[in-house]
Write a protein that binds this ligand. Structure first.
Ligand SMILES: Cc1cc2nc3c(=O)[nH]c(=O)nc-3n(C[C@H](O)[C@H](O)[C@H](O)COP(=O)(O)O)c2cc1C
Length: 222
């Protein structure tokens, strides 16, 4: 599973145009089971929604060319400390899981119709939605910062740290900011993200990627 997830990190890119076909019964069923597992493990209320109307807002449709979005995860939970990071972490798992199963994704924390989506998941904090479906293309790699711009290891850098940072650089971040900093010493790693409206979600996504790249067994977060 983890090797496949690592391959999915390289293959995943934002796709904003989908072919408009519905998810198959088996696709829905595997995605729903993953959502259920994450909700149970982290006490979240993520939902997989299929709607007749697209949740993409005017800007998403006109300026960004979003098309064919009728299936999406709503990243929701009871509001509490650290919830944005937790939903970012879980959302990242869903994107890679979808990718592993031949589907494409598009994170939308801004360009969705919040009122419309709230109608499906009420009474919870909604941090973002993620479109999921059959992309018209596979997207393209994002412009990336260099490893040295986002990380530093005190002493001789172990292979697992290097792999973790490379994985973190593949993570999607809002506006492709990659505003994170990862430092390591011995088997201790710390991750900070420049403060901003999406920093909690982004931090969770980057954390998830780093863990997959480095191998959770090799280090501890501090
Ligand atoms: C938390 C978050 C919020 C995002 N919100 C939007 C959005 O509202 N609209 C949009 O078009 N893209 C959005 N994106 C997509 C990013 O622009 C995209 O992930 C980034 O440019 C990196 O590209 P990649 O996903 O292909 O690696 C968001 C991404 C993240 C992680």
């Amino acid at each position: 599973m983890t090797e496949q997830m690592k391959r999915a990190m390289n293959a995943r890119h934002t796709v904003r145009q989908f072919d408009g076909t519905s998810l198959s019964e088996s696709e829905k069923s595997i995605l729903r089971s993953r959502v259920d597992e994450l909700n149970k493990e982290y006490d979240l209320s993520i939902a997989l929604i299929e709607s007749e109307k697209t949740p993409v807002n005017f800007m998403g449709k006109t300026l960004l060319g979003g098309k064919g979005v009728y299936s999406y995860f709503v990243l929701a939970a009871d509001d509490r400390d650290g919830i944005d990071e937790m939903l970012g972490y879980a959302g990242s798992d869903l994107c890679l899981y979808a990718q592993m199963n031949g589907l494409n994704t598009w994170w939308m924390a801004g360009t969705f119709n919040r009122k419309y989506v709230e109608g499906f998941v009420s009474g919870k904090k909604i941090v973002s939605i993620i479109a999921v479906g059959h992309g018209k293309t596979q997207g393209a790699p994002h412009k990336s910062k260099e490893k040295d711009q986002v990380s530093k290891f005190e002493g001789e850098e172990p292979e697992w740290f290097k792999n973790g940072v490379e994985a973190a650089l593949l993570a999607p971040t809002a506006l492709n900011k990659q505003a994170f900093n990862i430092t390591g010493k011995g088997n201790k790693v710390s991750l900070t993200y420049k403060s901003g409206p999406m920093s909690g979600i982004d931090k969770g996504i980057v954390k998830h990627h780093f863990e997959l790249g480095a191998g959770k067994e090799n280090f501890e977060w501090v």
